[in-house]
Design a protein around this ligand. Structure first.
Ligand code: EPZ
Length: 430
């Protein structure tokens, strides 16, 4: 076990390089199963979810060769469908892309139900609706999902999603890319990683148009060929560092970003009195005055991202006045509030809205990371607070942030990882 220890209250100054996007990498690595050839994927983040995904592929008889720490060569010619190990599949949400990729490649998918951050019920009914529209028969039994195409193979269909789903949009795209005929997905998710997956598949010879809009058209092709593809930068990692700069009253230049992806985050920060300067592939963020209160509602892209919700809550705690934060995407994404209250935050959660009374400094404390972005938010809270803050359960953070501690140390944070003796876990358990 490990924990993060922070001596906070120091402004962050300097440059930080953003890594490849976690939620694009997870989908694209699994999408290589559709290609049945060699692919080289570049700009991979060094995070546990990528390591888990590559381990799953190896278990499926896929040849995986790291060319360097951010580049992998994947050969899926001898991949065996339906063989993903349940214990690895259950570690993350993006395992569900195995359904679409196996269905698209073999005409049959068989994999365990995914894991991932606990925000309440996270159904996959829209994924199943899409697969069934393409002609597949889907059964969910004993913690596994099985999808079987008809003997003539999947056929293109018109699918209208009942709600905005990133995973559902990508999964149906994977299943449809080699189906007979044309599939049209309406009410599709528009997130940048949906576009990245479509671009990867098109680079392999697929015929997908409209990704990034709410209507995606997929003309089925017989075969895909291997390619070399670089993952887009992680907009949520970038946004996390933008908020860290504002929270610590420092100045950070965050490099290797696509500014367009950060527009909703920049707009809210400027509303709070934070300065944001956009370059071609970087964004500079600084604050030298007070933080003003603000209202935020999380929305599908291009709205304010739900994956930035906990981080924004911390900034609202530091702002003068009462801010309102509405979570419109997930059932319950406020578990981290209890941890912020241990640091003296004055937050009341009323259904899907957190009411944050800012203005009083937080106090250092020992806290727990319940999930990936909540953990990142607690790191920001510790950085912005005088004294020693300790964060446990940091395995959640390591699922999705590439070298968070090292990157923060490089811009002046007094932060380090401490390995806890095994007895510590036992002592806490008793
Ligand atoms: C993806 O989750 C991301 N995860 C999440 O990022 C992100 O928060 C989310 O998209 C929204 O942007 C990955 O890409 C691995 P959804 P996903 O399908 O696909 C409901 C992070 O921190 N829904 O867009 O699960 C669902 O319950 C993680 O990086 C259905 O009801 O999100 C949720 O309320 C956290 N039925 C809403 O829709 C379905 O069939 C949006 O879910 C599918 C979804």
């Amino acid at each position: 076990m490990e924990k993060i220890v922070i001596n906070g209250g120091r402004p962050l100054y300097g440059d930080i390089e953003v890594s490849g996007m976690k939620n694009a990498a997870g989908a694209i690595l699994i999408a290589t199963l559709l290609v049945s050839d060699k692919c080289i994927i570049e700009n991979l983040p060094c995070i546990n979810d990528v390591a888990t995904t590559l381990e799953i592929l190896r278990h499926m008889n896929v040849e995986v060769r790291m060319l360097d720490k951010n580049t992998v060569e994947i050969d899926t010619r001898n991949a065996i469908g339906g063989t993903s190990p349940l214990d690895l599949v259950r570690r993350m949400r993006s395992s569900y892309y195995l359904y679409g990729a196996e269905l698209g490649r073999y005409g049959r998918a068989y994999a365990g139900y995914p894991g991932g951050c606990d925000f309440g019920v996270r159904p996959i009914d829209q994924h199943i609706k899409g697969f069934e529209a393409l002609g597949a028969t889907v059964t969910c039994e004993g913690g596994y999902v099985e999808a079987v195409a008809p003997s003539g193979g999947l056929r293109g269909a018109n699918i209208f999603f009942d709600l905005n789903t990133v995973g559902g949009t990508i999964n149906v795209m994977l299943a449809a890319v080699r189906a007979k005929g044309t599939t049209i997905i309406e009410n599709a998710a528009r997130e940048p990683h949906v576009v990245d997956v479509a671009n990867f598949l098109n680079t392999c010879g697929a015929n997908i148009t409209g990704a990034g809009t709410d209507t995606i058209r997929i003309k089925g092709v017989d075969k895909l060929k291997g390619c070399t593809y670089a993952i887009i930068p992680d907009m949520i990692e970038a946004g996390t560092y933008m908020i860290a700069a504002a929270a610590t009253k420092g100045r950070l230049r965050i490099k290797n970003v696509i500014p367009k992806h950060l527009e909703s985050i920049s707009a809210k920060l400027e509303e709070m009195g934070v300065s944001v300067e956009m370059g071609d592939d970087y964004v500079t963020v600084w604050r030298d005055g007070p933080l003003y209160r603000v209202n935020v509602k999380t929305l599908p892209y291009p709205g304010f991202p739900t994956d930035m919700q906990p981080q924004m809550c911390v900034l609202m705690c530091l702002a003068d006045g009462v801010s309102y934060l509405n979570e419109s995407i997930f059932e319950n994404r406020f578990r981290y509030v209890e941890e912020l209250k241990r640091m003296g935050a004055n937050i009341k959660v009323d259904g899907h809205t957190a009411i944050i009374e800012g203005g009083t400094p937080l106090s250092a404390a020992q806290v727990h990371a319940h999930d990936l972005r909540a953990g990142a938010a607690l790191v920001i809270a510790g950085l912005a607070t005088e004294g020693r803050t300790e964060i446990e359960e940091i395995q959640h953070i390591e699922r999705g942030y590439d070298n968070l501690v090292g990157k923060l140390q490089s811009v002046g944070a007094d932060i380090r990882k401490v390995i806890l003796p095994d007895s510590y876990g036992l002592a806490k358990a008793n």
